[in-house]
Design a protein around this ligand. Structure first.
Ligand SMILES: C[S@@+](CC[C@H](N)C(=O)[O-])C[C@H]1O[C@@H](n2cnc3c(N)ncnc32)[C@H](O)[C@@H]1O
Length: 292
């Protein structure tokens, strides 16, 4: 099987125009946060953030398939002792643009080191906002099931009467649960909180994703041969993982040094064929990648 990787150097607002309508199954990305990391790739002022992002999200809406999903990693910063509201404003404006805001996952940074501020504690989580074009989108929930764990043993030992029948929600939501249904199962569906360490290995990028982050969403929302896009690719974590998982991938990056770095890392079809175990883990030789 051959998977394809397309890389573009430049501003996403422009480069995205080169992609056809309804051609992407999943977008996973972490744009620069407002006013941060000024020394590396330029910050956008919190007051200008929505205005800056909307032309990009408009293009993303166009290129995403109706069954596709957009995962946006973002977190509002603190400005003069207050949390800024640009993420909330962005959600509202994206809804007006035509997006459905379908879910919010929390990325809990479980290896967050200690710190002390006078008026708050150390920030140990970020938002992963999920947007869709349609209410019915592809979602392969069985792919991300987790071991039931010890919780089940203790919880299921003492089943109450309501646990043994379907216990309908008291708030009339239409949801119900029958705990005893889970007695014989060894896997459960995960929650919307992802406990992942931040990336520590020397990725040559100050804000790289841990590989598990794109991996989890790629499993949940795509199948082999689908197409994954990261319009702010940085060190290319999303593309590298997509490639390994036999998904086609598209990356856009404004900084030539990151673009070149990713290109170098994803380039060598021939090299990969020569040293599959060294360079590409457990890939089988017929699984190759082409970078354009
Ligand atoms: C937070 S980093 C992404 C890190 C990435 N998730 C990774 O794992 O390495 C954001 C990236 O977006 C790039 N960038 C900033 N503005 C851009 C724009 N208008 N178009 C394309 N890329 C941009 C930056 O150079 C930076 O590498």
């Amino acid at each position: 099987m051959e998977v394809r990787t397309d890389l573009y150097l430049g501003d996403s607002a422009e480069q995205l125009k080169k992609l056809p309508d309804n051609s992407v199954d999943l977008i996973v990305t972490s744009p620069p946060y407002a006013d941060q990391r000024k020394n590396t790739y330029g910050g956008i002022h919190p007051d200008k953030y929505v205005e800056w992002f909307l032309p990009i999200s408009k293009e993303l809406l166009r290129v995403l398939k109706p069954t596709g999903t957009f995962i946006l990693n973002i977190k509002e910063k603190v400005v003069e002792g207050e949390r800024s509201t640009y993420v909330m404003e962005l959600i509202i404006e994206m809804k007006k643009q035509g997006w459905l805001w379908t879910e919010e996952f929390i990325w809990h940074k479980k290896n967050c080191y200690p710190g002390k501020w006078s008026n708050r504690f150390r920030d140990a989580w970020e938002r992963l906002l999920q947007f869709n074009k349609e209410r019915k989108f592809h979602m392969y929930q069985e792919e991300v099931m987790v071991p039931m764990g010890d919780w089940a043993k203790s919880r299921l030992k003492n089943l109450s009467d309501t646990d043994k029948i379907r216990d309908n929600s008291k708030v009339g939501s239409g949801f119900g649960k029958n705990i005893s249904n889970w007695l014989t199962r060894d896997k459960a569906y995960p929650t919307n909180v992802l406990h992942l360490a931040t990336e520590c290995s020397n990725k040559n990028h100050s804000a790289a994703f841990p590989e598990e982050l794109p991996e989890w969403f790629i499993k949940l929302f795509t199948k082999e041969n689908d197409t994954v896009l990261d319009p702010f690719m940085g060190s290319g974590t999303t593309l590298i993982v997509a490639n390994r998982m036999l998904r086609n991938s598209i990356g856009i990056e404004i900084m030539p040094e990151y673009y070149d770095m990713v290109k170098e890392q994803l380039k060598p079809v021939e090299l990969y064929l020569l040293e599959p175990k060294v360079k590409y883990g457990n890939f089988e030789p017929e699984r190759r990648s082409k970078v354009r």
